[in-house]
Design a protein around this ligand. Sequence first.
Ligand code: C2E
Ligand code: MG
Ligand code: MG
Length: 716
Amino acid sequence: RRRWLESHAVPMRNTTGDIIAMLSVTRDITERKRAEESQRLAARVFGEAHEGIVITNADGIIIDVNPMFCEITGYSRDEVLGQNPNILQSGNHSPDFFQGMWNSLKTHRHWQGEVWNRKKNGDLFAELLSISVLCDEQGQIIHYLGLFSDITESKQQQQLLELLAHFDPLTRIPNRTLFTDRLLQALAHSKRDQSLLAICFLDLDGFKPVNDEFGHDVGDQVLIEVADRIKQTLREADTVSRHGGDEFAVLLSDLRSIEESKLAISRIHQAILEPYLINEQTITIGVSTGITVYPLDDSDPDTLLRHADQSMYQAKLAGRNSFHLFDANQNQQDIDRHKQVNDIKTAFLGQEFSLYYQPKVNLKSGQVVGVEALIRWVHPERGLISPLVFMPIITASHLEIEVGNWVIKQAWQQLAAWHNQGLLLEVSINISGYHLLSPGFIEHLDATLATQPQLASQFFQLEILESTALDELSAVNRVIKACRNQLGVKVALDDFGTGYSSLAHLRHLPVDCVKIDQSFVRDMLGNPDDFAIVESVISLSDAFHREVVAEGVENHNQVNVLLLMGCELAQGFVIAKPMPADDIAGWTQGYQPHSSWSMLVEPNISTEKALITIFRIELRQWLNQIHACLDSTHQPVWPVMNSKKSHFGRWLKRAQQHAIYPIQILEKISKAYKELLQHGIALKHHVIKGEFETAQHYFSDLQIIHEDIDQLLLNM
Ligand code: C2E
Ligand code: MG
Ligand code: MG
């Protein structure tokens, strides 16, 4: 083995001084050599290391630093010797931070971490510091050794990355990511304190034109200014963020009322609306805001933001510079509706829809002239569902058009099948206003008609709701003309009389037929106003040469009165309920008009005579209605008991004034009618008091008085 040896040699002399021997002592100094080597190395390391090194005594007083320490901190060695390292402190760390450091040094004799310190010139720098505790053999602390490297640059890069990840580079306000973080915190906070939290979504109005007109740089300036202005109206705890483009979100926490959130948004709006002076240009823009308030809207963060966004669109719809508060109930309705539409769509695609047909007859001749196609949803569990339940849900949608086209196709094929059997009916279908006015309606109808070229299109009729025609008179007019002139199909105005200007419709819409709405037919006996409407629809149709059909005819009295008024075509339960297509042929063959019809209607009956007959029917119906009220098991529906309000009473008065009939007879009738009404009123009082027996006596009297009046009328 190689060893380091140290030799000392001493010459040994005799008495004369001559060297006679040499005394040599040699020691093995390998250990010492090694120690020196490593000390030298340590010194070089200390001197040349790229880390700063600081050594303190047990009291934390600096006893040495290396040149790199001086280079990084800017202090010379002499300046720091004898000082505490806390001369470097930046004030950026809390006392907790140092407490943690000392705890770790005590228990683990080591600590490592990132520290922001300050150089001699005041600049901040970041260091990755590791501190070790040096002890003697007895375990007493003798030194602290600190080793650090300057990581300011990488730290800055990291900060920049964080900034980019959380802030909008243009406006320097939080971006969507940071907003979501803050929203989560704010939600937790709101839960704890039971305060309200408003989530607002803002979208600038008229920002794009600014970009287009003044350029993107100006646009950017506006956005920066907008962000600043919003920030200025907010409190410390609130957040504004940019979500791209001209969209911003605002989080308002700790609210006590919804009103507060509205006030805050109004302030923001005002600030944004102030003109912007950029590059000597004066620019103005607007803003629309949607607000949703937690926990009234108890949704997850994504949904809250979406609700605010949706409401912002509502605000836009309402006009510029407005805000809209999200309505959680309304939203539930929208969701329900969406589901309903989907259900209907699925049912339609699953062929659960079917057409029923209701006969339309000529009351006088007994001829079955046609059928109306009425859509039904044949639901596997719920049974037959009326169009009144599901058609309104899909109104003005693409699905409505699809369904409508299916109805056209189905009814047209059915018509062909009947005609092939020799059943020469007319088929009418109901068409929605939206479908009628949709682009391509005429072309589509034309194409469908062409699938049965042998079939004459005048057997096909479209029923248009009068309320539809009202909205877009000229557009509807155009389509009706095209249907009739180009395609040869007929057109009817459905539910006639329910619109606001029926007379105008009759004049301006070239329809073949009007259908008197069933609500008037239902109440025309007993309600003089409804009677007057039915009467005038019939005479107007006559004047304009339109066919007239009464809908919803339910009883024989109505049939007779309609006949007396000159309306011969009718549809209603008294004739037949809507039925499946397969039943129509059999029904038509077996159809007989009721024997009582037209018994009262003599040929060429005069108008006056007809009216008298109508009053006889009305009075009989009046009596029947009173009779029904004697049935204690039913809720009574009382007829009119006031001669000023009854059809007959009004006529009587007029007839007496104009002396159309012999005055004595009229006076007799008038007296009897008064008596009739008085008895009716008395009867009503007894029924109300539950005295059904007494009421019954009154009814017997009523019958006698009624019989008298009926005879008098018959003899007129
Ligand atoms: P509408 O066109 O006026 O049809 C007449 C409605 O009155 C039908 O109801 C029919 O069943 C009912 N009705 C007929 N006679 C009587 C009666 O004597 N008494 C009473 N109380 N009611 C009677 P439905 O089938 O429920 O249809 C209701 C409405 O739905 C129709 O009124 C029509 O506007 C619409 N509709 C029906 N089918 C279609 C369709 O295929 N497409 C479109 N767009 N709408 C349709
Ligand atoms: Mg109809
Ligand atoms: Mg109708």
